[in-house]
Design a protein around this ligand. Sequence first.
Ligand SMILES: Cc1ncc(COP(=O)(O)O)c(C=O)c1O
Ligand SMILES: N[C@@H](CCCC[NH3+])C(=O)O
Length: 463
Amino acid sequence: MSRSAHPAGPRHADVLPEGHYQAPPSDLNRLDPRIWARTVTRNDDGAAEVGGLDVRALAEEFGTPAYFLDEADFRARCRAWRAAFGQDADVFYAGKAFLSRAVVRWLTEEGLNLDVCSGTELAVALDAGMPADRIALHGNNKSTAEIERAVDAGVGRIVLDSFQEIVKVAAVAQERGVRQRVQIRVTVGVEAHTHEFIATAHEDQKFGLALADGMAAEAVRRVLRLESLELVGIHSHIGSQIFDMAGFEVAARRVVSLLADVRDEHGVELPEIDLGGGLGIAYTPDDDPREPQDIAKALGDIVTRECESAGLRVPRLSVEPGRAIVGPTAFTLYEVGTVKPLEGLRTYVSVDGGMSDNIRTALYDAEYSVALVSRKSDAAPMLSRVVGKHCESGDIVVKDAFLPSDLAPGDLLAVPATGAYCRAMASNYNHALRPPVVAVADGAARVIVRRETEDDLLRLDVG
Ligand SMILES: Cc1ncc(COP(=O)(O)O)c(C=O)c1O
Ligand SMILES: N[C@@H](CCCC[NH3+])C(=O)O
């Protein structure tokens, strides 16, 4: 890898073009532990390492781009969530954030349950040994085949999302002579403070049945009439990448109020409440996420208080964190291919991946951090935009970042906090081969999802 310097790009002191970026950090070499996976440090050589392994050696062995996932960090976060919520609550990891057989085994061992939202996610979970009664099936348009698969497997709950689905799930359960445990997903009418594409509790959207117009109460009526369904609770998910607990508190209050209405109308006290996932993580130093114990306390207190004032037994609480568990545990490693300084603007740094391995920047205007990790540098900070190699000018990985001005082709960059919704939402745009996920722990690295090959893609093309 070349170490040669290239002419310094525009420096932050020269001119700051319009944009949304932070001030240059005082130390470009620092890997902020609030953003990077737990075992990431710099070694004496100045290179970053994870799980005791140097990123240069990892790049050599596994290639770039690649996601490196810190298994110890993942397990520690699972334990923290489990411990925070205690034995009277359940933590369902949201598999949509990132799912693989290894992840399912870790979750099973650490005592977490699993939320899946497709038949194939369910297949991965079952194949890797997650007991079916610890699985919940979600989705706003589950196919009959997915419902049959879930009922046959004996999943612990199916979260009903529409009137049509009530009928569908009841029919499948009746045909098999089983009573399927279900929850009803409601929209509580909260405007969560996050990007509109990932807010899910306002009424004007595809998920769930609204409390406000009586649809949720009507769904309860319909489910309670059906012998083959056992209504165990109410589910609410207000959105994703949320820091403010206020939205969750309003949701909890409104869900408890529905439980009280159900008790008054039907004489039934539903035993469970699920408040979904959505807790934010730190992508940049500006983000200040809450710890699991604070979240558990805030949610537990509000549910208990509301139930006491409504004279209800406190239901069993569950939550569904995805991003908050896996997000911070991984980074994406890229090799720099080109460096293009634009005087008075910024420097474009092209890496060997892009929107095919991280669509979040293009899709949600998401902000990320980035660091030079194959070496240290004391060069001046250079306002940069890290872009991919796709045929799209919106192919941006990190919109505004400061990188050292001696950055050169061959250097390795790492983007932290890419464990959630990056590999899971990766695409083959421009026939890109989706990168591998490599789990690193205690000085050993192993591929848990392999890199796609050209052959994989050519085999799909049967024309
Ligand atoms: C029903 C449900 N539960 C849990 C999650 C996980 O969300 P997050 O990864 O933000 O915790 C989602 C995604 O937003 C979801 O739709
Ligand atoms: N995929 C989204 C979050 C949606 C999660 C699923 N409801 C993200 O990357 O932020």
